[in-house]
Design a protein around this ligand. Sequence first.
Ligand SMILES: O=C(O)CCC(=O)C(=O)O
Ligand SMILES: [Fe+2]
Length: 173
Amino acid sequence: MMNRNWNPVTHKYGKMRPFDRTIPPSIRNTFSELATRAIQEAQFLTKKKYRECNEKEVLPSMTPDICIVNFYTDNGKLGLHQDRDESKESLRKGLPVVSFSVGNSAYFLYGAERNAKKAKSVALDSGDVLIFGGKSRHVFHGVPAIFPNSAPKQLMKDSCLSPGRLNLTFRQF
Ligand SMILES: O=C(O)CCC(=O)C(=O)O
Ligand SMILES: [Fe+2]
């Protein structure tokens, strides 16, 4: 387990969370298993669609040891960026980022350049899993908008989630 903190200001992984000077907790097994299963499922679907491919080259497996949690209020957004603060080896191997969306839906932009006009977009709803790895590991991506009040009503009833969008990304440092 890494127990590292990602600092969004310095873009570096460090030992402690600056706001409370504690070491981040380990990822619970139930969560890392979800991420691992999502990759297996995606590899299976890749193989089904492209019979000739090596699905583990297209989408390598990984053991998650980092989880970055983002919470977006209804006017929250995230500009186009690449995720490249993980280890050189992880990036070189294209170990995937596995992203879970919970709560309000969002627009997700992705493309080969840092250019929102050229980017493709997809809506991410509560419960969606998005994976980028292999050749797509360095894809530019961002969240230009959240759809207010779009979370499943039952989720809001059953959980203590504040109105907004929760995103969890799992990675291997
Ligand atoms: O919220 C999302 O869907 C994307 C989050 C993201 O890109 C990140 O944490 O690096
Ligand atoms: Fe990202």
